[in-house]
Design a protein around this ligand. Structure first.
Ligand SMILES: [Zn+2]
Length: 278
C-alpha cells in the first residue's frame, strides 16, 4: 500500500470515529442554549451522507476504460487465486438478481468462486465479484445475497476506481488503458505487471470504513427488491462475528479490516426498520 493511501485510510477512519460524537455534542449544546426541539433525526442516521448520492464514472476512468481494466485485473486475479465452478451457478443466480436491483443495473456482472478455507469476498472494477468456497458453505441464500449485494455496492460507488485514482501509478495505467487494443502486446504486458502488483498487495480491494458503510447501505437497500430478506445481512454479520471469535485466522483481511460487527449489525437493523412499509 502506498504511503498516501495509508494516510488517506487512517484519516478517513479517524474522521469516521470522531464525527458522530462531534456532531452529537454540538447538537446537544445548541439544544440547551436555544431550547430548540428534538435534535434532527438525521443525526442518528448512520447512512445520512449516502441517501442522496448519485453515482457515475465522472472524474474517474470512464466505463469503457473500467471494463478494460476489469478484464486485465481479472486475469491477474486468476493467477493469484484458485477459481472453481463449485457453487458458481448458485452465486451467479443470486448475484445477478442483486445486481439487477442495484443502482448500477446496466453493467454486466461476472461472479467468481475462489477455492479457499478463508472467509472472504471482494470485488474489482468492471463488475467482477469474488467469493470463497468457505464463505459459500456457511451462507444461506439471504446471507449470500447480502455479501454479493455489499460487493456490488463497492462497484456501484466505484470505490476501487477512486482508490486507483489516488495511486502513484494512476497516470501510467490510464494511459495504457487508452492505448490498449487487446490482451497481447507490450502495453498489455506492462499493464499486467503493474496491475498484478496491485492485486497482489490487495490495494484495490481494501476500503476505508466509510466505503464499507456505504457498501453495506447500498447492499441492504437492494435486497428486498431482489427478493431477499435483508435480515440475512444481520445474520451474516453474526456468523462472521462467531468465526472471528473461534478462529480469526480464517477471516480474510477484508472482513478483519471492516468496521466493528456490532456497529454494522446496529446500522443494518436501523435500515431494515426504515425500509419497512408503514
Ligand atoms: Zn466491503
Amino acid at each position: 500500500m502506498t504511503r498516501i493511501i495509508r494516510i488517506f485510510l487512517v484519516t478517513s477512519i479517524v474522521i469516521a470515529v470522531l464525527s458522530p460524537n462531534t456532531i452529537r455534542s454540538a447538537g446537544a449544546r445548541s439544544a440547551t442554549t436555544l431550547v430548540a426541539g428534538p435534535p434532527p433525526a438525521q443525526y442518528d442516521d448512520p447512512y445520512s451522507e449516502f441517501r442522496n448520492a448519485r453515482y457515475s464514472n465522472a472524474g474517474l476512468l470512464n466505463e469503457r476504460e473500467e471494463l478494460k481494466l476489469g478484464v486485465q485485473l481479472h486475469r491477474e486475479a486468476t493467477k493469484k487465486f484458485n477459481l472453481t465452478d463449485a457453487g458458481l451457478a448458485r452465486v451467479d443466480r443470486i448475484g445477478q438478481r442483486c445486481a439487477r436491483f442495484s443502482l448500477r443495473p446496466g453493467l454486466t456482472y461476472k461472479f467468481h468462486v475462489i477455492e479457499s478455507r478463508e472467509f472472504n469476498a471482494f470485488s474489482l472494477p468492471g463488475g467482477h465479484v469474488y467469493i470463497t468456497t468457505a464463505m459459500l458453505r456457511q451462507a444461506n441464500d439471504n446471507e449470500l445475497a447480502s455479501v454479493l449485494s455489499h460487493e456490488i455496492g463497492h462497484i456501484v460507488a466505484r470505490h476501487s476506481l477512486k482508490t486507483l485514482k489516488q495511486s502513484r501509478e494512476y497516470d501510467d495505467i490510464a494511459t495504457s488503458l487508452g492505448e490498449l487494443t487487446g490482451v497481447a502486446g507490450t502495453v498489455a504486458r506492462d499493464l499486467g505487471v503493474a496491475l498484478g502488483k496491485m492485486v497482489g498487495a490487495g490495494l484495490l480491494t481494501v476500503h476505508s470504513r466509510e466505503e464499507e458503510r456505504e457498501a453495506d447501505f447500498l447492499g441492504v437497500r437492494a435486497m428486498p427488491g431482489a427478493g431477499f430478506d435483508p435480515q440475512g445481512m444481520v445474520t451474516m454479520f453474526q456468523k462472521l462475528q462467531q468465526i472471528e471469535e473461534r478462529n480469526s485466522d480464517l477471516l480474510g483481511s477484508l472482513f478483519s479490516d471492516h468496521p466493528d460487527a456490532e456497529e454494522r449489525i446496529a446500522n443494518t437493523r436501523y435500515e431494515i426498520r426504515r425500509m419497512r412499509p408503514r
